[in-house]
Design a protein around this ligand. Structure first.
Ligand code: GLU
Length: 291
């Protein structure tokens, strides 16, 4: 929902009949995407020269966020900036591009980005199409529910509940297949739609990584409204996506090792997850996937 063309998306959402959700989503949108028109994301990937194009999330506070003044913040942004520096690029050389969950493999395959740092879990299916450096963070799937909802105390309570997740994410599949087969799953294109649906009672729970949910719950506009379930429903090993066969993978792994060794990884964790009170796992070992 929070992306490059709010006008078109808003209209499309109204047409589906979810006018209330669309109107409320527009409020979230205005908080985070006022700077969308600067055109940065439209610049094609430049694989030579000083520029480097990096795919991130634009709608995840604490992880990857495009702020109203057109700057970019979050743990993934700091990790990507560190990597770019190690690859010889100043922060001003970085061209940021939105990498929505469902678009990530295609962006890499088409060469639209040089690498992706976007809460991108390493899994077998994706690894057939792209390569991953890392992992650089271990998160866990969880649910976000209304603060006054006492009906969801354990994962199986999600059966028969209206559950929102985002198209192209690992979370939707995982719930349907393993956690609550009778949950009424609704897949939306972006997280802000799920959040407004949760606020309005259109859905009962939003499921994705705890690292992302903690960021939403701590936002001023949602303070006191939502809580995390505290269920560790999966291991999400965040990797840096690169094109299949790219020599960037080894270089990025070296950069990530250095980022942990010199304390920059800890600093980025504290800066980005501290405000949301997110209790992160220790830095993963490069090449070791926690199943
Ligand atoms: N980490 C999960 C994934 O890569 C969920 C978050 C997201 O969609 O970015 O699918």
């Amino acid at each position: 929902m929070i992306h490059m063309n709010p006008t078109r998306t808003r209209r499309a959402t109204v047409r589906t009949g979810r006018a209330t959700v669309a109107a409320a989503a527009a409020v979230v949108l205005s908080l985070t995407s006022a700077g969308f028109a600067n055109g940065a994301a439209a610049v094609p990937a430049d694989h030579g020269g000083d520029k480097i194009t990096v795919g991130i999330k634009y709608d995840q506070p604490g992880i990857g966020l495009k702020t109203p003044d057109g700057t970019y913040t979050g743990f993934d942004v700091d990790v990507a900036t560190y990597i770019a520096k190690e690859l010889g690029h100043d922060p001003s050389d970085i061209v940021w591009k939105e990498a929505k969950s469902a678009d990530r493999e295609t962006l890499l395959q088409r060469g639209d980005v040089d690498f992706i740092a976007a809460s991108y879990s390493i899994n077998d299916e994706r690894a057939k199409k792209v390569d991953f450096a890392g992992p650089y963070l271990l998160a866990h799937q969880d649910v976000l529910i209304r603060a006054d909802d006492d009906s969801i105390k354990k994962p199986s309570d999600l059966n028969n509940k209206k559950l929102c997740s985002v198209t192209g994410s690992t979370s939707a599949q995982n719930v349907k297949e393993k956690i609550a087969p009778d949950a009424q799953l609704q897949e939306y294109g972006g997280y802000s739609e799920c959040l407004t649906g949760l606020e309005n009672g259109v859905i009962d729970a939003l499921t994705t990584d705890d690292s992302i949910l903690a960021g939403y719950a701590s936002q001023d506009q949602f303070k006191g409204k939502f809580k995390l379930g505290g269920f560790k429903l999966s291991n999400e090993n965040y990797g840096i996506g690169v094109q299949k066969g790219s020599d960037l993978k080894d270089k990025i792994n070296t950069a990530l090792e250095k980022m942990v060794a010199d304390g920059s990884w800890d600093k980025a964790v504290e800066k980005n997850f501290g405000p949301a009170n997110y209790q992160n796992e220790p830095a993963p070992k490069i090449g070791v996937i926690v199943k």
